[in-house]
Design a binder for this molecule. Sequence first.
Ligand code: ARG
Length: 613
Amino acid sequence: MDSCDPLLLLERAFRAAIAQVSGADPAGVDPQVKASADPKHGDFQCNAALGLAKAMQAKPREIAERIVAAVDLGDLAERPEIAGPGFINVRLSTEALGRMLASLDSPGLGIAPAPLPHAVVVDLCGVNVAKQMHVGHLRATIIGDVVARLHERLGRKVWRENHLGDWGLPIAMTMASLRRQGRDFDRLTLEDLNAAYRAAQLEAKTDEPGLAAALSTHAGPHRVAELQVQSESAGAAERDAKATLLRLQSGDTATVRDWQRLIDVTMKEVLATARTLGVKLTDEHSRGESFYRDRLGPTVEAFLKSGLAKEDQGAIVVPFADRERPVLIRKGDGGFLYATTDLAAVRFRVQELDGGRVIYVVDARQRDHFKDVFDAIRLVGWDRLPDGTHAELSHLAFGSVMGKDKRPLKTRSGENYTLAALLEEAIHRGVEQVQRRAADPDAPTHALPQDELRRIGAAVGIGAVKYADLSGDPVRDYVFDLDRMIAFEGDTGPYIQYAHARIASLITRSGEGEAAIGASAFLAREPAERQLALCLLRFPGTVLGAAEHLAPQRLCAALHELANAFAGFYEACPVLKAPDAATRLARLRLSSLTRRVLAEGLGLLGIDAPERM
Ligand code: ARG
């Protein structure tokens, strides 16, 4: 189904021609076709002649001429032109453009199923029980959701795994602290849990040197939390926490019931936030650390048995040949660690979920952790799938969200932002913006009821936050600036939503029905029409590329470019006042396809596309 991707068709034709000219095996030929940066040089360029000339000891122009003579483009393009030292410029024919647009304008929007032999596992969200979701979890949740959506759209089996931090000493500490306070576990709020968690951490004795080392190597919040309670000279609070942990581990009914309460309270808020965010995350995606509790002992055993692990001052570590830092998999007191759980989890995901691609959408500060885990997994061979191939393990690392002062984001009163508070503010701003616009008697939203305006405003506010988060290179930190994110101009979510809504109103105002528009021919003759057409035709390839490279930002950039191309088209080519009825319908059809692609793209980003704004 590549008939609507001109790049693929041109690559195929030029690969054959180059093979013929050079005598090489077509499979090994890189045809070097790319979109032209400047429409003056045609729509595409083939730059293979230059490299080939050297190998064939001929003039590049001469090689280019031979390629042009050999290439069979059918009616895809006009006869290519040779420019400069030997660039081959290709301009697609109007007929081919129309045909490819028609093929794109199908129910699947030209996105062909691209199944993989195995499932895709996306580790996303990863919140911790008894802790409020903060902005870091925003990124793990929405980037993870988009990566999952992209793969699902390509027809792949996706496992969304919320590796909930629901096991271990930090939770036992919180539980012990709440019990000491005599709290009623049936009436706890997440705020109560959060406060108890912090109080428990303060009570616990810290392992100062270990902590300093963990902090300086950016070991991540989890390792830090583990070290904070490692001290042998345990205080009363710690003894209590450890006893609670033991009761939990041995399945003591009352303790397990209280523990389940903490999970329920946390998950209630997490899932509510996921709904607000428009993220596909439900209870069935939760497979927390506790799921792996019975696999931790066997994990350590397997490493010991294979000779990969050794004892180090009572603890068990897996050393690596290329670095001094080993990975600790069992503490001196017999306790297991964050890494032990992740080793067991990789094994489960590869061997039991059949994950051929396991993607961890986790904070960049856990880079060392994942390097250690993946390396240890390869050493022990647990990346091997049932069919003997190796799973691809990736850490999709993301940077931090900063305040305008380039420091971690704080509220006006100086506290850390909870995710819920942040989203509430974004929605408030979106609603304000939409209501202001609706006050204009000419606005398409003017007559809408208030609750409809609020719904659109919420879509704008959430769309703004998500787009800003998704549109940059994930690994980079970014500044959370609602004013910039929510603007209807610039590289923002609302700009794309607005482009979509404007086209929807344009089509309504035309008075033409969908059937009449759909039955008209595509016509892309004017330069601005051609540019829009070429932009549309890149969409299926963009979706594939964004999934393969785990790069939602590619999809964002393509949608922004498409919204711009539409603006250029709309300015240069009157639609409703087109010179004749056929052109009017053809332009409406181009507009309607643009609307569909924008809606589809926003949908893949998990962003709503309101019909009016
Ligand atoms: N709960 C962890 C944290 O907040 C993130 C979990 C990420 N996933 C994983 N498989 N380690 O740091």
